[in-house]
Design a protein around this ligand. Structure first.
Ligand code: SF4
Ligand code: SF4
Length: 227
């Protein structure tokens, strides 16, 4: 399970990330922003009270995503894209505004709050929010298998009392006839024997939920989440 510090560093490595909110009129909105700090209470961001972003954050919900890649996507002669190894990270959960006293107390204890103190002095309408309850996922990819023998490694996590559901499809052992069609169809090397010579199982951290196994299974044994 990722710590809040590890999640912060994944986003900070990227810098400006995509922050999505509800817009209060039945839609959604998004912009780029930055988590400037973390501590045992969550991940911190700042904005100004006069911005639509502020009013949207006051609704209490925030989703943030970012992608870190070692290089640009390269297109081959068949017009197929090739991505360099990298990772995507995302979180979603609830946010709340900090009081001035809370910001002051945090600033006294956490040097990462220096930028918030600086901004509040320079731009008095600056406010600080904390994402204090969230779930998320690190999606580490190496599609051309440069550094390992499988394409993706997913890790889900939660913070502040939130919960997460493991990634990936699953196989119903009561229906599986161990024909092996799904293993052949899986390009992510995510399907393995259970060890008892019968049903197979899907490793959620490698599964991209592409649906190939679901498509080829003659026994209707592959399940997507919620089915
Ligand atoms: S959904 Fe795709 S990636 Fe996941 S196990 Fe099935 S074939 Fe493999
Ligand atoms: S294709 Fe279906 S029946 Fe065959 S091994 Fe995979 S899950 Fe089992």
């Amino acid at each position: 399970m990722k710590t809040v510090e590890e999640v912060y560093k994944l986003f900070d490595e990227v810098g400006c990330c995509s922050f999505a909110t509800l817009d209060g009129a039945g839609g959604v909105d998004a912009r780029t922003a930055h988590f400037f700090a973390f501590d045992e209470d969550g991940l911190y961001l700042r904005t100004m009270r006069v911005k639509p972003f502020y009013r949207q954050l006051k609704l209490g919900w925030l989703a943030v995503s970012a992608e870190h890649t070692a290089g640009r996507c390269v297109w081959d002669e068949d017009n197929m894209p090739h991505f360099q190894p990298g990772y995507m990270v995302r979180v979603a959960g609830s946010v709340r505004e900090l009081t001035q006293a809370e910001v002051g107390a945090k600033a006294a204890a956490n040097p990462l709050f220096n930028v918030a103190v600086y901004d509040i002095k320079k731009y008095p309408e600056t406010v600080v929010f904390v994402l204090d309850r969230f779930h998320g996922e690190l999606y580490d990819y190496d599609f051309n298998m440069v550094h390992r023998d499988h394409k993706i490694l997913r890790e889900r996590f939660a913070f502040g009392g939130d919960v997460f559901e493991e990634a990936g499809l699953s196989i119903d052992p009561d229906l599986c006839i161990a024909c092996g069609a799904c293993t052949e169809a899986c390009t992510h090397k995510a399907i393995f024997p259970t060890g008892d010579g019968a049903a197979l199982r899907i490793l959620g951290e490698r599964c991209d939920e592409c649906g190939n196994c679901y498509h080829v299974c003659p026994a209707g044994a592959v399940r997507s989440k919620g089915c």
